[in-house]
Design a protein around this ligand. Sequence first.
Ligand SMILES: *Cc1c(COP(=O)(O)O)cnc(C)c1O
Length: 402
Amino acid sequence: MSEKKVHNYDGLSFTTRAIHVGNEPDPGTGAIEPAINMANSFLLPYDPSTMNWSASEDKIYTRNGGVNQGLLEKKIANLEGGEDCVVLASGVAALSALFFTKLKKGDHVIFSTVTYIATYRIFNELWTEKWGIETSIVDCTDLEKVKAAIKPNTKLIHFETPGNPTLCICDIEGIVKLAHEHGILVSADNTFSSPYNTRPLEYGVDFVVESLTKYINGHGDSMGGAIIGNHEDMDKIRYQAQVNIGGVISPFNAWLIMRGAVTFPLRMQVHNDNALAIAEWLEKQPCVSFVAYPGLKSHKGHELAVKQMKNGFGGVLSFGLKGEHDLYNRVVTHLNIFTSAVSLGHDASLIVFLGEDDERMYLYPQEFHGGFYRVAIGIEDKKDLIDDLRQAFKAEGLETVD
Ligand SMILES: *Cc1c(COP(=O)(O)O)cnc(C)c1O
């Protein structure tokens, strides 16, 4: 049909690579975009009897590695600047595949106080109780505290920056230096920053994990997760976790995320710009008790964020209202554009009220303790978003300014 052309993406900008890597024309059919290949199994060679059924190098079965999955892995590895990538069914599947492959009974893990709930659940109770993994929950924004928590059996330091949901900022380079001096591995959950703003591998982390469900897919219509690191470890993750635990992504979801990834840099810039404008507006409102957004000068981690987040500070912010519990719920009923839903990185703006009874509240700074909103700013017109918040505040008689 058509010839297989070898493309060279070296030296091209992030935006160009987001469009082209993995989206090459299909040499078989000539179609200019990849097809959705739903096959769950592949033609075997003449003598299959000696094959390793747990291998992922050869096409055997889609749980060992499928077509759309492979294209997405190529794109995400490229965007994060890593040697290799494994994509799985969700961000949590990626987190647990990494932890399953790299940790064993008796290992100690330091993980940050502010993480995704599943990370907290895994390290605070499930793996400690079931598998004898020792863990310490540590404020990783404070290098002295990280240093003090290191034990002879510490194997891994895992953190998020910005952290979900307080938006705290960890010093990636500082943690890496400290960890590597002690022979400890470092994994960073890059979901909130996304590779458009931060590429933690450039600061020396061993592994990046991220939810592709969020900014990279970007349209609120599929789930996926990725681990990025060196070939040897990624192969081990495929061999141990992907094939045997089986959190494999569906070809259709991989294809949807590939499609979303093409416009990811453009969307991310709008998320960055909108969230900064809205955070600045919120900070001026007399009815708002606090705003947490790393792009604000008032944010404790602002200087570090400027250093680590090259293009902007992401689309998520948290803020509090001066008022009681149910005021938060009533304000949400007046919102016209924002949707009350979890998740983030969608085209549409989302808001979630996290109440004062949340089991992890004690791990967050004082200003969060009365309850707060976590807001995922979308890519709508920022004036419309501000107007929507203002009218919802006013509907409850709250004091606002322009
Ligand atoms: C959403 C999220 C995850 C989990 O990803 P899923 O795709 O929902 O499994 C992990 N880490 C962070 C920071 C997240 O926001």
